[in-house]
Design a protein around this ligand. Structure first.
Ligand code: SF4
Ligand code: SF4
Length: 104
């Protein structure tokens, strides 16, 4: 098992707002979405893997996902893709492995 909680990969349930903002800024600084062929220029924010960012309002079509080349992906041991269209790491994890995957 990795060092990160699989249902709270970024540890956001254990930190206050200031720490959340700091971690978000760190993710955005390192995020590679803006170099990705799927990304639509002008979209408000990237860092779609991070909780509460939400999916993109502009991206309609999945082309390629370069998350696997991102330092955040490696540092936080992420294992999904297309966070911009499919929702965050924790969201996709809970869909595929959590209670929602069992009919709820
Ligand atoms: S893993 Fe993907 S969405 Fe998350 S910060 Fe890196 S490039 Fe952005
Ligand atoms: S989440 Fe993946 S597919 Fe979407 S813009 Fe970022 S790198 Fe590209």
């Amino acid at each position: 098992m990795g060092k990160h909680d699989r249902m709270d990969t970024f540890g956001v349930t254990q930190i206050d707002q200031a720490a959340y903002d700091k971690k978000l800024a760190y993710v955005l600084k390192n995020c590679k979405c803006k170099d990705c062929p799927t990304y639509v220029p002008g979209d408000a924010n990237a860092g779609y893997c991070f909780p509460l960012i939400g999916t993109s309002a502009k991206i309609q079509k999945e082309k390629d996902c370069i998350c696997k080349t991102c330092s955040i992906f490696k540092e936080y041991e992420l294992n999904h893709s297309f966070y911009c269209t499919r929702c965050s790491q924790v969201c996709q994890m809970s869909k595929s492995e959590g209670p929602a995957a069992h009919g709820n």
